[in-house]
Design a protein around this ligand. Structure first.
Ligand code: NAG
Ligand code: NAG
Ligand code: NAG
Ligand code: NAG
Ligand code: NAG
Ligand code: NAG
Length: 488
């Protein structure tokens, strides 16, 4: 009896053992790894994905052929008889740009909208008999095109208004104008504050905490730009170049607005130990000046591409200024150059040669079918699907592409991190056929390497992450060919 019982036990256990191995349970999808703080906010992520933003410097300076107005300009000189904001928006969208920031007020104090708190504005101009409103024109045109967003610059330094230099009165004036701009014109996606100021201007302390609090109260999805954020930081120069190393993280406590003693270097490179997510925006003009001048012409395509690689290609957003002329339109030369710029970018990045390759990685989180395999670097999602190595794997992490026998002809490598879970990569190297062809520090949202050695007859391409904060998470990789790149 005992024997039979044991035999039954044996049958039963082996039956279940068997079913377990034959009818295997679906493989477990691994959970995403923990984030590494600080993280971007929803609006910062949206901003980062824009890659290029347009700045429009426009105002009395356009008519006086100057860069910094004195504040004594007569509003009667502002008369852009052919102003058509639809043209501005078309030019932007054709260039793949969907956020446009207008100088609602520059240092000269002239307001492009009919502010109730000053008569130094479009009200005093012959344009539309004083009934014009440039901010409204842009907002209407952006809405008509659909999918285009508006941002505004309201210069803190005001050379016209008498209240400037009287702390309480001027801050009240400034806040009154902020309320007009952020209440009357619908959704505003970025507001630009800077510390620019002449050396002999009156002393003035800006109530930044009040300004920031009010901005956030009036607009839920806005990003505030300044030398010190709080949402987007200045990159430390006006050439459009980020640091070769560029962290989106930094310590805000070390920054202040309009403080010349902040080393450019800190803004330019960020801080791997930074406690705040405060990515950098690279502002640069398509021309020499910020305002339109008859004597100036747009930068060459090669210069614009150089800027692109050094801003967007270094984990930043490019804020490209394209100034309307005295007619109130973007000049044909600039329109043409922007078209060339967009078509060059598209032609470089439209083909990803990595798609022709087989792909493998040093390890993958959750094993095969775990949801974090290297194939995710080739899909369309550049944020939330990614390759993740196995936990606790302390070896170098790498991902490798094996191309067809005839080899691949590329000279640009694109790497993107899944920044939604924090910026992590500190050091990386790229090998082609076993030879190191490029190396660098940060990657971030997007890192572009142009190969010094030109086009490689590449068969095996390995991207190695040699140092990171926690595990590196890579959302996209591209191998591209740039016909405009001619290394010396
Ligand atoms: C100025 O005040 C009037 C009356 O209150 C208001 O209708 C208008 O929207 C205000 N203008 C601005 C630019 O806020
Ligand atoms: C601003 O303040 C500083 C220090 O308080 C003073 O030395 C300087 O003269 C002031 N400048 C003006 C233009 O009032
Ligand atoms: C300017 O920045 C320096 C360096 O961070 C700091 O020591 C100084 O207090 C700042 N000055 C102002 C006025 O914020
Ligand atoms: C930034 O803050 C972190 C955390 O407090 C600190 O470890 C780091 O050294 C700071 N960075 C600088 C440049 O002081
Ligand atoms: C401004 O640009 C428009 C469109 O390109 C052009 O027709 C117009 O002549 C330009 N105005 C001036 C003053 O150059
Ligand atoms: C890249 O490699 C060179 C040569 O080994 C080295 O001097 C440099 O520090 C490396 N750069 C980075 C960012 O790792």
């Amino acid at each position: 009896m005992a024997k039979l019982w044991c035999f039954l036990c044996f049958i039963i256990t082996s039956f279940f053992g068997l079913t377990k191995s034959v009818i295997s349970l679906p493989e477990q999808i691994a959970t995403p790894p923990l984030p590494i703080l600080p993280l971007p906010s929803y609006s910062q992520l949206k901003w980062q994905q824009r890659e290029i933003i347009m700045f429009l410097h426009f105002g009395v300076n356009t008519f006086t052929d100057s860069e910094w107005g004195t504040g004594h300009e007569n509003p009667s000189i502002f008369n852009p008889v052919g102003l058509n904001a639809n043209q501005w928006v078309s030019v932007a969208t054709e260039a793949g740009i969907e956020l446009m920031i207008l100088t609602a007020k520059h240092h000269d104090g002239f307001c492009l909208w009919p502010s109730n708190y000053t008569d130094h504005s479009v009200i005093g101009s012959p344009w539309k008999n004083g009934h014009g409103d440039v901010v409204q024109e842009l907002v209407n045109a952006a809405k008509a095109h659909g999918g285009v967003d508006v941002g505004l610059y309201l210069s803190p330094w005001d050379r016209h208004d008498r209240r400037y230099g009287k702390n309480l009165e001027y801050n009240e004036y400034y806040l009154a104008q902020l309320q007009e701009l952020l209440r009357k014109y619908g959704s505003i996606r970025e507001i630009w504050f800077d510390g620019a100021k002449g050396s002999n201007a009156p002393n003035m302390s800006y109530y930044f905490s009040d300004w920031f609090a009010m901005v956030k109260e009036l607009q839920s999805s806005i990003n505030i730009f300044s030398d010190a954020g709080p949402d987007v930081r200045w990159v430390g120069n006006e050439n459009g170049f980020a640091g070769n190393m560029c962290w989106s993280t930094i310590n805000r406590t070390l920054l202040s607005i309009g403080n010349g003693s902040i080393v450019e270097y800190y803004l330019n490179t960020g801080d791997p130990r930074g406690t705040d997510w405060l990515p950098a925006e690279c502002d640069v003009s398509i021309r020499t000046g910020w305002f339109w001048h008859k004597s100036e012409s747009p930068k060459k395509l090669s210069q614009l591409l150089e800027i692109y690689y050094n801003s967007v290609g270094r984990n930043c957003v490019l804020l490209l200024n394209v100034p309307p002329n005295t007619t109130g339109l973007i000049s044909e030369m600039d329109v043409k150059r922007l078209r060339e710029f967009r078509s060059a970018i598209d032609s470089i990045f439209v083909t990803n040669l990595a798609e022709k390759c087989s792909i493998k990685a040093s390890s993958q989180r959750g094993g095969k079918g775990g949801g974090f395999g290297p194939e995710h670097v080739l899909d369309r999602d550049h944020l939330w699907t990614y390759w993740a190595p196995k936990d606790g794997d302390n070896e170098d992490h790498w991902i490798e592409f094996k191309g067809p026998v005839e080899g691949l002809a590329f000279n640009v490598i694109r790497i993107q991190e899944a920044i939604g879970l924090g910026q992590r990569i500190k050091r990386h190297e790229i090998y082609v056929n076993g030879k190191r062809v490029a190396n660098g520090t940060t990657v971030g949202y997007k890192r572009l390497h142009r190969l010094q050695e030109g086009v490689a007859g590449a068969h095996i391409v390995r991207i190695k992450i040699t140092e990171s904060r926690g595990l590196p998470l890579i959302s996209s990789i591209g191998l591209h060919f740039d016909p405009f790149w001619h290394p010396k």
